[in-house]
Design a protein around this ligand. Sequence first.
Ligand code: ZN
Length: 190
Amino acid sequence: MEKSTILNEILEFNHQFVEKHEYEKYETTKFPNKKMVILTCMDTRLLELLPKALNLGNGDAKIVKNAGAIVSHPYGSIMRSILIALYQLKAQEVLVIAHHDCGMSGMKAEPVIENMKERGVSEETFNILTYSGIDIKQWLHGFDNVTESVENSVSIIKNHPLMPKDVPVHGLVIDPKTGKLDLVVDGYKN
Ligand code: ZN
C-alpha cells in the first residue's frame, strides 16, 4: 500500500463503519468479562488468531502488546499497564503469551543499529547515548530462548513489589500458525 493512502483509506472506511452502526455488535465495558490481562507480542499473525485460539471476544480481556511479549523493565509502561488492569479494571489473572518464530528471538542489535545509521541517525547520536549511560545494544536485544524469556517475564511480574500476592501469573507460548498453546508456567502452582 502506498504511504499516502493508508491514513486516507482508514478514515474513509471509518466514516462508513460509524455511519452504518457497525460498532454496535462490539459494545461492551472497559472491565474484562473473563477477568484477565494478557501480555503478548505485536506480531501481525496474532492479531485475530490469538483471541480466536483462546476463545476471547471483544470485552473479554485486557491485552497489552509489545515486541516479544517481554517485560524488560519493572517500572516501564508494560508493568504499569498490568498493575492498572489488576487494581483498577478487575483483572484477576495474568497471562504472558510469547510465540514461536518471534522477530525478537535471536535478534541482534547490530543490524538494527546499522539500519538506523543508513536511515540518517548519526554516529554522534550513538556516542551521545553511550555517554549518557544508555546501552543501546542491550536495550534493543531480544531473547535467545522463548521459554526462558517467558519464564523471566513471569518472574518479574510475579515478584514485583507492587503485585497483589494472590494473583496467578501464567506463562505460555503460542504457535503463530495453528494457535496451539504450550504451557510454560502454571500460575496456580507457583
Ligand atoms: Zn513476536
